[in-house]
Ligand binder design. Sequence first.
Ligand code: PBG
Length: 323
Amino acid sequence: MIERPRRLRQTPALRSLVAETRLHPRDLVLPVFVADGIDAPAPIASMPGVVHHTLVSVVEVARRCVDAGLGGIMLFGVPRDRDKDATGSGGIDPQGILNVALRTVRDAVGDDLVVMADTCLDEFTDHGHCGVVDDRGRVDNDATNELYAAMAVAQARAGAHVVAPSGMMDGQVAVIREALDSEGFTDTVILAYAAKYASAFYGPFREAVQSSLQGDRRTYQQDSANIVESLREIDLDIAEGADIVMVKPAMSYLDVVAAAAERASVPVAAYQVSGEYSMIQAAAANGWIDLRGAALESITSIRRAGAQIVLTYFALDVAEWLA
Ligand code: PBG
């Protein structure tokens, strides 16, 4: 026998030498939730190990991200119910929870960590949709884009290095780029959720942001049956000025991640979403799978498929496990 593939699997050192994919904290981004009107971090029942942060605890976690050598932090705001309205104005208000959190975190970490902002209205609207709803109950694409533009400018002004439009409105990247440039924020990076699917795996996130959504997002997020549509979305976002494109969710869409990596002339990110995280946590809590093994394997697979950057709620754990 000439070919013996097992030769290269004999010892941990040999296996590591020939490993084709490596995890590194620098490739990981930690998504965090910052809630208004709470005075201590509050656990999120559907996401074991994840909390609603206060403005104080989010700074602590951002500093831990710097110390762990993570690539970035992605901030989501959780406003009080009474601050939600039909147009999500709390997302644009400089005193809104997300903009205050961005300012606070950026002041604390400077340029040592890439500070990212979710640019979407769903956390801030009382109806829970990602945009404004017209009198026939439809999400109004172009009116929503105007609000995204104002939101992105407010986030850049608050100190975000990266704005991440996640609402899947047509033309959102172009409108945001133009608004940022006209306000002098030519260096603010756009990470576009280019291929974002209407997914059951966002379930725990909706609890995390206390979403009031009635109905679903299927008129703007993509159908899980499609991949050609994702390539179109990716091409459009790059043509509109996206600096990084993202596929979301990750684990059920590794073919899309691979196709995006093959096609895109910009870095590709993938988001291991709340449901993907909580499935692993729940199975591990029952003793059915090994938490560390399953988490590392899933994130390695996302990297192997072609994502250069992975957003994952496991980011700090991974950094610790790798250390
Ligand atoms: C929309 C948004 C969603 C997530 C992040 N931003 C999903 C949605 O409710 O449609 C999901 C993140 C996750 O599930 O971890 N602003």
